[in-house]
Structure formats: C-alpha cells, structure tokens
Ligand binder design. Structure first.
Ligand SMILES: [Fe+2]
Ligand SMILES: [Fe+2]
Length: 164
C-alpha cells in the first residue's frame, strides 16, 4: 500500500500539472491560429483532470468539507508563511523580477485565501452568503464587491470577475 500511495501522490501531482500546462498550451495554440491543436490540448487537459481526481480520491484525500477546509487552511498557510518567503528571497538574490512579482502576488493572495477559509470554517454550521470577486491578475479573492484597486497587485476593478 505504501508504494501505491506514493504512486498515487506522484500521479496526482503530475496529472494536475499536465492539466494546467495543456490549458496554457491550448491558449498558445489559439493565439497562433492552430485550432485543432488547441482543441486537442483542451481535450487532454480535461482528461488529465479526470485522472488527477481519480488518484486524489483513491488516496483518500477527499474528506468532509470541515476537514477539507482545515486542510486548505494548512496548505495556504504553509505557502504564504514558509514556501513563498523562501522563494521570494531566492528570486531577490538572483534578480529575477518577473518571478519575484509572481511569488509576491501569490504569497499575498494565499494569505487572504487562508483567512477566507478560516472564516468559512468558523461559520460552516451557519453559512453566510456573500459575493466573491477574483482578481484575474494576482488571484486575490475579495468578498462583497470588487474593490476599486486590488490590494495585492493594484489592478483596477475591471480585472475582477465574480465567482459563481
Ligand atoms: Fe491560494
Ligand atoms: Fe490582484
């Protein structure tokens, strides 16, 4: 079972990455005018999601929503408190401006995500309905209404889209 679990974890990570990569490749193919290649990338991207979700389920990682919220809080907290600060330091030392900006945006957004998850868990037995706006530039999530300026990446209100 141990080796199977290792395989499931590795396959989940690989398939998840393949999904995002093929989604980006599909957009690039569209940009270059290759409609059929774009379609193939989109089909494969969706197939990789099916594989990823099967592996995740077989790892026993999809639990109750309360447990899933706790897991999400832990993941986001690790990212903004430990992972990204280290990556930011490296990008600064190596003068990698684009990577640095991406890491900073993500770190800022992850902190907000962690707090939103905490709030959701605290209110889970008495859920409050609010609108959620996503910044399409940095991934910040804003509750209520779209802000005039994104507090993390300074994008204008038009960069926000409401989430279903
Ligand atoms: Fe996040
Ligand atoms: Fe933003």
């Amino acid at each position: 079972m141990e080796k199977t679990l290792q395989g499931l974890a590795e396959a989940f990570a690989g398939e998840s990455q393949a999904n995002r990569k093929y989604t980006a490749y599909a957009a690039q193919a569209e940009k270059e005018g290759y409609k059929q290649a774009a379609k193939l990338f989109r089909a494969a991207a969706e197939a990789e999601t099916i594989h990823a979700l099967t592996h995740l389920k077989n790892m026993g990682k999809i639990k109750s929503t309360k447990e899933n919220l706790a897991d999400a809080i832990a993941g986001e907290t690790h990212e903004y408190q430990i992972m990204y600060p280290e990556f930011i330091e490296h990008a600064q030392a190596e003068n990698q401006a684009a990577a640095l900006r991406g890491f900073k945006f993500a770190a800022g957004a992850e902190e907000v995500h962690a707090n939103l998850y905490k709030k959701a868990l605290a209110n889970i037995d008495n859920e409050v309905t609010t609108d959620l706006y996503l910044c399409t530039i940095c991934g910040h999530i804003h509750e209520g209404t779209a802000p005039d300026v994104c507090p993390i990446c300074m994008a204008k209100a038009q960069a926000f889209k409401i989430v279903d």
